[in-house]
Ligand binder design. Structure first.
Ligand code: CUA
Length: 161
């Protein structure tokens, strides 16, 4: 192999190396873009939980709305076919963080007039927050088909002055 042939091969290899690095950059940018654009609807900080123990162990065995300082935290079970706790009452202008999981099948947790709309997957904890700026009643609906009682799977949050 003469010197010129060698140089051609080197250039060829360098070309592939640049291509490979370029693809990695493209993937990283795509992932960052996806996270930035869907960050509002994809729950942040998703944790795992044993779906078979949701009803008996841990935070979700005691579904509740809790006031923590100036904010609220809710541990919500989305089950076939309803939500626990049922109706929740909060004060206007306070941040509410919802942790939602399912002990049975996949459900939805959507609160009308907010950007909260998450899938509730057994084994995972969806975390979403919202500050209700207007008083009133907000309906919570399951928008994931989950069985015969799906259409009646609703709840509400009441925001008081
Ligand atoms: Cu739960 Cu549809």
């Amino acid at each position: 192999m003469n010197h010129e042939e060698h140089a051609v091969i080197e250039r060829f290899e360098r070309g592939w190396l640049v291509f490979g690095v370029g693809m990695i950059v493209v993937f990283v940018v795509l992932i960052a873009y996806t996270m930035a654009n869907f960050g509002g609807s994809i729950p942040v900080g998703t944790e795992r939980v044993d779906a078979t123990k949701v009803r008996t162990e841990g935070q979700f065995a005691n579904p509740r709305l809790e006031q923590v300082g100036e904010e609220y935290v809710a541990y919500v079970q989305a089950f076939a076919f309803g939500y626990a706790p049922g109706e929740m009452r909060v004060k206007r202008g306070r941040k509410v963080t919802f942790y939602v999981t399912s002990p049975d099948v996949q459900h939805g947790f959507m609160i009308e007039r907010t950007n909260i709309n998450v899938q509730v997957i057994p084994g995972e904890v969806a975390r979403v927050s919202h500050t209700f700026k207007e008083a009133g009643e907000y309906t919570i609906i399951c928008n994931e088909y989950c069985g015969l009682g799906h259409a009646g799977m609703i709840s509400k949050i009441v925001v008081e002055e």
